[in-house]
Write a protein that binds this ligand. Structure first.
Ligand code: SAH
Length: 233
C-alpha cells in the first residue's frame, strides 16, 4: 500500500517541485508514494474562473470561496476516502514529528493550500479540515508548507531511507535534539574531533552523545525536556 497525496492548489506547477528530486523523487518514481496536484480553479463556475472574493465585514485582501473549494475537495476526496483532510494554515496545530509519523503510517493525505487571506471558515467546518501549521510565521501560500509536510512524511515511508536506524536516532524521536556530528579531517582549522569519538569505546561514545544531546536540548529547547520527562514526585 503506498501513500497517496492529493494537493489542492492554485499553483499545481509547484509540485512535485523539490520532492521530485533525491530520496523523495526516487520514491515517487518507484511508486512508494503518489502525488496528484489538483487545480482549484478548475472547480470555479463563472466564466472568469473566480476562486476568491472580498471578505465579509470588510478589510484588506481576498478570501477563498467555500463553494469552489468544496467542489475541489469532494472531487479529490469522495465519500469513503479514509485519508485525513489537511488545511495548511498558520492558525493550525504546529506540525510535530509525532503527527508526521502518524500520517506516514496512514493511507495518505488530502492537502488544501490556502492563498490570499485564507479560506472561508464554513468550508473548514463543513469538510472537517484539520488545520496544520509549519511554524509561527506567515508564508504567501500553503504550497511550501505542503511540500515541507510531505517531505517529512515521505522520508519515513518503508524503503525510502537507506539507513533506517538514522531515522530513529534523530532530533525529536527521543524527545531530545541530536548530538553534534563530526567527520574527517581529524583536524579542521585547529579544531580536533573530540577524543572520545575516536576512542573506539562504544559505550563511552553513546554516553557522550546522550550527554551532549541533553545539554543542547536544555540550552536551546527546554520545552522539549519538560514534554519528554514529566516531573515525577
Ligand atoms: N491571513 C492569514 C495568513 C494567510 S497566508 C493569517 O493571518 O492567519 C496565506 C496562506 O498561506 C494560508 O491560507 C496558508 O495556507 C498558508 N500559510 C501561511 N503561513 C503558514 C504556516 N505557518 N503554516 C502553514 N501554512 C501557512
Amino acid at each position: 500500500m503506498s501513500f497517496a497525496a492529493s494537493v489542492l492548489t492554485l499553483y499545481p506547477e509547484m509540485f512535485p517541485g523539490a520532492l521530485g528530486l533525491s530520496l523523495a523523487g526516487r520514491a515517487l518514481e518507484a511508486g512508494t508514494w503518489s502525488l496528484e496536484a489538483i487545480q482549484i480553479r478548475d472547480f470555479a463556475t463563472d466564466k472568469h474562473r473566480t476562486v476568491d472574493d472580498t471578505p465579509a465585514g470588510g478589510g484588506a485582501g481576498m478570501v477563498m470561496r467555500a463553494d469552489v473549494l468544496a467542489k475541489a475537495i469532494d472531487h479529490a476526496s469522495p465519500p469513503g476516502d479514509k485519508r485525513p483532510r489537511l488545511l495548511m494554515s498558520p492558525r493550525g496545530k504546529p506540525l510535530t514529528q509525532a503527527r508526521v509519523r502518524a500520517l506516514a503510517a496512514g493511507p495518505g493525505a488530502v492537502i488544501l493550500c490556502g492563498r490570499f487571506e485564507g479560506v472561508d471558515q464554513r468550508l473548514i467546518e463543513a469538510r472537517g479540515l484539520e488545520e496544520v501549521s509549519i511554524g509561527d510565521f506567515i508564508l504567501s501560500g500553503g504550497e511550501p508548507a505542503a511540500l515541507v509536510l510531505l517531505d517529512a512524511v515521505v522520508r519515513l515511508l518503508p524503503g525510502v531511507m537507506g539507513n533506517a536506524v538514522s531515522g530513529e536516532e534523530e532530533s525529536f524521536e527521543n524527545g531530545l535534539l541530536e548530538h553534534p556530528h563530526y567527520t574527517r579531517p581529524q583536524e579542521f582549522e585547529g579544531r580536533p574531533i573530540p577524543d572520545v569519538l575516536i576512542s573506539g569505546n562504544h559505550k563511552k561514545i553513546a554516553e557522550w552523545r546522550r550527554a551532549e544531546a541533553e545539554k543542547l536540548t536544555r540550552e536551546r529547547r527546554p520545552d522539549l525536556l519538560r514534554a519528554a520527562q514529566p516531573l515525577v514526585k
